[in-house]
Design a protein around this ligand. Structure first.
Ligand code: MN
Length: 325
């Protein structure tokens, strides 16, 4: 990879892009541009509305809205950077558009488990990193120095680190992560303002949907060790559901003492999206791979089901029963 020559670069991130996907992508794109390359940032579908204030978010191209432009860019690309995912299936419909149109080299920057063998030309895979934004920060410092990180870039990277760690409360909270955060504070980020924009800017529908999800729709299974929430498309419509409104719902059942695994089943017009969270040794990466055609991290994973909600929930109940027997 001849980094010193001009390149057309595509920066890709995953379906249902979150704060980490967006923050890492925008920061990485800006660094490559600073090196003189031309960069387009692409995600498969729309990002949640409570992230639409992130500095540089307007540069994100959404495949469902800019398909032709993205196919053309893929044909021109010298380098494709895949950030915050390692399995091309996480691009959903965008994966075909990329695979069919590009001969570019592929670079991976990611923190999910088990990157595929042989697919990427260059791999920065750190499953023990709490976010991809943290890895991107480290790469930026190595490549161009911390001075390249202005307030906007620091804000984007902080959003990634903050959202992927549940506001600094999950695993992999290393001393170095907090040193990095200290550096971002030195670069001028306003943490209370970022907190307010991400966590206190929800729609009324979201808050009411949460109460419905935790009230009538939450079931506790396996003698209090597992819980599930299921939401059908018709139920989501009732609460004027917008992309991102169910973000974080799956974490709430884990706040019940004794619950070690939580599942959220969210139906859209094509399939049921499965989100899994766990505590301690309960491995939902394995669970997602085995039962829901997915994967992720040990304590946070996802997958999908193309069956009905009833069959999907039955499969989960049976699997939970076996697991916690
Ligand atoms: Mn991430």
């Amino acid at each position: 990879m001849a980094a010193q020559e001009f390149m057309n670069v595509l920066v890709l991130s995953h379906y249902n892009p979150d704060g980490d996907a967006l923050g890492a992508s925008i920061a990485w794109a800006r660094v490559l541009e600073g090196m003189g390359h031309s960069v387009m940032c692409v995600v498969p579908n729309k990002f949640p509305y409570f992230l639409d204030w992130m500095p540089g978010i307007e540069r994100i191209r959404i495949f469902t809205e800019h398909g032709d432009e993205i196919r053309a860019a893929a044909a021109e690309a010298d380098l494709v950077c895949c950030l915050d995912f390692n399995n091309i299936s996480r691009l959903e419909g965008l994966s075909e558009a990329i695979e069919a149109n590009t001969k570019a080299q592929k670079l991976l920057i990611d923190h999910h488990l088990d990157p595929p063998e042989g697919y990427f030309d260059l791999v920065f895979s750190y499953p023990h990193a709490s976010s991809t934004s943290y890895i991107v920060f480290k790469l930026i410092v190595e490549l161009v120095g911390v001075e390249a990180i202005d307030r906007d870039m620091a804000t984007d990277l902080y959003v990634g680190m903050m959202t992927d760690t549940g506001n600094f409360s999950y695993s992999y909270l290393t001393p170095d992560l907090f040193r990095v955060v200290a550096t971002l504070v030195e670069r001028g980020i306003d943490i209370p303002d970022i907190n307010r924009r991400v966590y206190n800017s929800y729609s009324e529908g979201r808050v009411r949907l949460l109460s419905y999800a935790l009230g009538p729709k939450m079931e506790v299974l396996a003698k209090g060790q597992a819980a599930l929430i299921s939401l059908k498309e018709s139920e989501l419509r009732r609460f004027k559901f917008r992309q991102g409104d169910s973000e974080g719902f799956v974490n709430y059942p884990l706040s019940i003492e004794g619950v070690k695994m939580s599942a959220l089943f969210l139906q859209n017009h094509r399939f049921i999206r499965v989100s899994l969270r766990s505590r301690g040794d309960v491995d939902v990466n394995d669970f997602a791979r085995r039962y829901f055609d997915g994967g992720g991290h040990r304590n946070a994973a996802g997958g999908k089901s193309t069956d009905t909600m009833e069959i999907t929930i039955e499969r989960f109940r049976a699997a939970v029963k076996e697991y916690f027997q």
